[in-house]
Design a binder for this molecule. Structure first.
Ligand code: GLC
Length: 574
């Protein structure tokens, strides 16, 4: 087939989807789990479908779903349905609904401003709060920063949960669950049922009195990458909601149980892989552009581990056979062993790799992945302290990515993927390498930056990811919340306090930037958005956790007692 034939085929399949949807709409008695496109506005959806987006209008997602939305929204104060809150409406909300359980923070002007900013970012659907936009600063090209990103909503959702305002989280979980059941195409290709959107947007049509949701599953995203992290974050948020509220009725809804199973089915199916880790393309998570993280990126592996453990808590057992729970248990065991052994790097391990022999064959091989010691980058020898360690960025045949990634390491601590010794070592490293990893603005998303030729080859000359900028060694305030949680869990809140003070000295004055640039994170990022919602929410979550460390339970899982533990050493447990 020629490329023009392929394009025609793609166009046909888009139009077919829209046509079917319009046909179905007339007779539809839709249910959330019916695998059919929802009622679609013809003109709007033609454009959307061509862009690889998916429209779900007026939420025709079934009586059960609507009922639960009604219940979820019934306690909300809705200032202006289907609009973001105006600043004055936001002020009016403040006394009754802002920080019910954190009275002492009420006095802090920066906290007050942060709450006001967070509330301005709220998005409504049918009068109910369903998420927060990525950024309020839409002065330049909006791109997709006016959308609700699943990963970006996580700190917002945590802030609301900690503030005893769970309804927005419940609505968000149901809204995104509804989007999961859409049929998703990119050109001629249909994505897996379980894929969760990267982001969504509510379109209001005041003239027709309708509201529609458009969702992006990566089909419109720069680089066209499907978000692998969205489904994991969705499960993690469902667990956070359940732990914060004690309300299991949401996670026990058949639709939620199916949603979790669909997400995990994408990861638990058998294939050709020899490893329990998930094989991914570049840019499928927070680092959402090419940065050489393809393969088995630590961020995804840690989120996968966390999501499996959360699902293990929330999924109901099915009758007969090994079932899903058995599959989860097996995968958790293998994943834990693999990551603790092969991704972990400390001084001793580095020294071992430095002395590796090559070309070993058989089960007794020490250098299992045939990594050439010559490929160890120079910087790591000085960077590695005597005390301390971390999970490296990636491990695959003949390739170890020695870069340090913040989110993967913090999530490894929070999910108890890391042993307690490893968790302590990660914290030791952050303290020992404070200048490099925290500097003047917490926290480096990755370390070190790729420069010159390496940057050209690995990022494809990405002008946004120049050295010490954006994902390439940039500093992201949103990471404060996960750092704080990890510090509290390891009994080192003083580290989080120190980091928070650094952020507090500038972040509000600088207009809540998305990221900072430079070796020490001194400069507001080159193309950084201002009033980036997750920078605001990350700050609030960090602040509330330090004020009341019991909030940690919402996002942290204790180590499980292993039935049969194969002990290799004190730090590497299967
Ligand atoms: C950037 C970030 C991504 C985030 C999005 C919206 O693309 O790389 O992680 O979700 O902005 O804030």
């Amino acid at each position: 087939m020629s490329s023009s034939d392929l394009q025609k085929e793609a166009d046909r399949s888009d139009f077919q989807t829209i046509f079917n949807a319009i046909e179905n709409a007339a007779t539809d008695s839709p249910k959330l789990r019916e695998r059919r496109p929802y009622q679609i506005d013809r003109q709007r959806s033609c454009e959307d479908s061509m862009m690889g987006e998916f429209v779900n209008q007026n939420d025709s997602a079934g009586p059960q779903f609507l009922e639960s939305l009604k219940t979820a929204g019934s306690t909300e104060i809705v200032a202006s349905p289907s609009k973001q809150l105006t600043p004055s409406a936001c002020k009016q909300l403040t006394p009754s609904a802002s920080w019910g359980c954190h009275a002492s923070l009420n006095q802090n002007p920066m906290v007050v401003e942060a709450w006001e900013t967070l509330r301005k970012s709220i998005v409504y659907f049918q009068g109910n709060m369903v998420g927060t936009v990525a950024a309020l600063d839409l002065s330049d090209d909006t791109l997709n920063y006016d959308q609700v990103f699943v990963r970006d909503f996580v700190p917002s959702g945590l802030a609301f949960l900690m503030n005893k305002e769970p309804a927005i989280v419940k609505n968000f979980l149901l809204r995104t669950l509804g989007l999961q059941s859409l049929v998703k195409h990119v050109d001629c290709f249909t994505l897996g049922q379980g894929v969760m959107p990267a982001s969504f947007k509510i379109l209001h049509n005041p003239a027709r009195g309708t509201e529609a949701t458009i969702a992006d599953f990566g089909g419109s995203a720069i680089g066209r990458v499907a978000p692998v992290d969205s489904g994991f974050w969705w499960i993690i948020m469902l667990n956070a909601y359940t732990k914060a509220t004690g309300d299991y009725s949401l996670s026990e809804m058949p639709d939620c149980q199916t949603g979790m199973r669909l997400i995990l089915s994408l990861c638990l199916s058998e294939g050709f892989d020899n490893f329990p880790t998930l094989l991914c393309t570049d840019g499928c998570c927070m680092v959402d552009r090419r940065m050489g993280i393809y393969g088995y990126p630590i961020e995804i592996q840690a989120l996968f581990f966390m999501a499996l453990r959360c699902a293990r808590r929330l999924l109901r057992a099915e009758g007969g056979g090994e079932g899903f729970i058995g599959m989860i248990d097996k995968r958790l065991r293998a994943l834990r062993y693999h990551l603790r052994n092969y991704f972990w790097l400390d001084f001793q391990k580095l020294n071992n790799i430095y002395r590796y022999k090559m070309e070993e064959y058989s089960h007794t091989a020490v250098n299992k992945f045939n990594v050439n010691p010559e490929s160890i980058p120079d910087w790591i020898f000085d960077f590695m302290p005597t005390n301390g360690g971390y999970f490296i960025g990636n491990v695959s045949p003949a390739r170890m990515d020695f870069r340090w990634f913040a989110l993967g390491n913090c999530m490894a601590i929070l999910s108890s993927l890391a042993t307690s010794e490893q968790s302590k070592a990660i914290m030791d490293l952050i303290e020992e390498r404070w200048e490099e990893l925290v500097g003047e603005m917490p926290l480096k998303v990755s370390y070190p930056a790729l420069e010159s030729h390496e940057w050209r080859i690995v990022t494809g000359c990405d002008p946004k990811n120049t050295r010490w900028s954006y994902h390439n060694g940039g500093s992201w305030p949103v990471l404060l919340w996960s750092l704080t949680a990890a510090c509290i869990k390891t009994g080192r809140p003083h580290i989080a306090k120190r980091a928070l003070e650094l952020a507090e000295s500038r972040i509000c004055r600088d207009g809540w930037p998305e990221y900072y640039d430079g070796k020490t994170g001194r400069y507001v990022g080159k193309q950084s958005r201002k009033f980036q919602t997750w920078s605001v929410a990350g700050y609030l979550v960090s602040k509330m956790m330090l004020e009341d460390p019991s909030h940690l339970g919402i996002v942290s899982l204790e180590e499980e007692k292993q039935k049969s533990t194969l002990v290799r050493s004190t730090t590497f447990n299967c």
